[in-house]
Design a protein around this ligand. Structure first.
Ligand SMILES: [Mg+2]
Length: 368
């Protein structure tokens, strides 16, 4: 533990846009994601040490908009935190929860920055500080393919295979797209070795519709069905889980610890997707991951397409906790294959399907 409490002297918030490599934009249930809009937080302590955090601000996801997120940090979270003596980053999370309900991306970016600062104060990586196993030095990634037509889908699958990606996540359930055919043709084009997963972002309105869609795609060998049914219909997710023979992942329906509790109580999934920008910070992700582990549910890192900066915190979680052992489906740490340029000074290196976990103090990533 650090000898001195964390005392935050200053918090700065800025909005940064990161364009995706043009042909790798993501078409999903809520539109086209071609440029990522991130909230970048820097926290400074008395000794001018800095901690950094990044979350993606996407209205359709957490309900926050870029300008309002920045203002919320400046006018609400900053006065609640600056000058307080914090013995642990969780103290900051608690104070932020008292400010407002929701605002997961805004709180998440600040919370990650406090954890980064806390690690740096001790000159240790956050992964080392929270681990329940020797932190992994590399993690298998998943790359996402938007809900495009057959030709574009096959071309993207080939592109990712050629880059060395081993796990693909196909966005499915978009109107007028023949998912069964695009997956079958992708499987024929890339061969049997790649792992296929599908993510509907809640596109199917009923369990029957989700199961019917899955059965049409099953011949393409799918290892995971992510969020088949709508966000607030957790019992429906459980129905799908109990009626199909592949693992089901809860993503869009688990933002808050209380939602995780409901998923666990209903045994509604096999795997839960967690990451700080969705769950309101690293503190909550950590406690939710430990809770899932206690209940025998696996976790995997999800994403709203954070850059390398935000991925530092995500990688620390996946590298250091046994509950993130979903080697067969990988983690959504895909910045290195989605963006032309890295957002950090030492990019997270991608090779043979795996991304290297940063090892420096804090989360080991520093913005350019
Ligand atoms: Mg998802």
């Amino acid at each position: 533990m650090p000898k001195h409490p964390i005392v935050i002297r200053q918090i700065t918030a800025r909005i940064q846009e990161y364009p995706l490599i043009p042909d790798r934009a993501i078409a999903w249930t809520h539109g086209i994601h071609a440029t990522t809009c991130s909230l970048i937080i820097t926290v400074r302590d008395q000794s001018e040490l800095e901690g950094y955090g990044e979350t993606v601000v996407l209205e359709q996801w957490t309900g926050e908009a870029p300008a309002s997120a920045q203002t919320f940090v400046e006018q609400r979270l900053t006065p609640a935190l600056v000058g307080q003596e914090l013995d642990h980053p969780a103290d900051a999370a608690r104070l932020m929860e008292q400010v407002a309900w929701g605002w997961e991306a805004s709180k998440g970016a600040v919370d990650c920055a406090v954890w980064d600062l806390w690690g740096k104060q001790q000159n240790r990586s956050v992964a080392e500080l929270i681990c329940d196993r020797k932190p992994k030095d590399r993690l298998l990634i998943r790359a996402s393919i938007g809900g495009f037509g057959v030709e574009q889908t096959v071309r993207l699958a080939q592109t990712y295979r050629d880059l060395g990606v081993r796990v693909l996540k196909f966005k499915v359930g978009l109107p007028d797209i023949d998912d069964a055919r695009r997956l079958a043709e992708s499987r024929a084009a890339v061969g049997d070795e790649l792992i296929f997963t599908i993510d509907a972002n809640g596109a199917y309105p009923t369990a029957d519709a989700a199961i019917q869609a899955y059965e049409a795609m099953a011949q393409s060998r799918i290892n995971l069905f992510e969020q088949p049914t709508p966000r607030r219909r957790i019992s429906m997710l459980g129905e799908v889980r109990h009626r199909i023979d592949i693992p089901v992942m809860a993503d869009d329906c688990v933002f808050k610890p209380s939602e995780l509790e409901e998923v666990l109580a209903l045994e509604a999934c096999d795997v839960v997707s967690l990451y700080p920008g969705k769950n309101g910070g690293f503190t909550h992700c950590l406690s939710m991951a430990r809770r899932a582990a206690d209940c025998g549910i696996q976790c995997a890192i999800g994403t709203a397409l954070e850059s390398d900066l935000g991925q530092g915190a995500m990688a620390a979680l996946a590298a250091s906790l046994k509950v993130f052992s979903t080697e067969d489906i990988g983690q959504d740490l895909q910045a290195s294959v989605m963006y032309e340029h890295s957002s950090v000074r030492e990019p997270m290196r991608f090779e043979n399907g795996y991304v290297q976990v940063p090892t420096g103090p804090g989360f080991g990533v520093k913005p350019k």
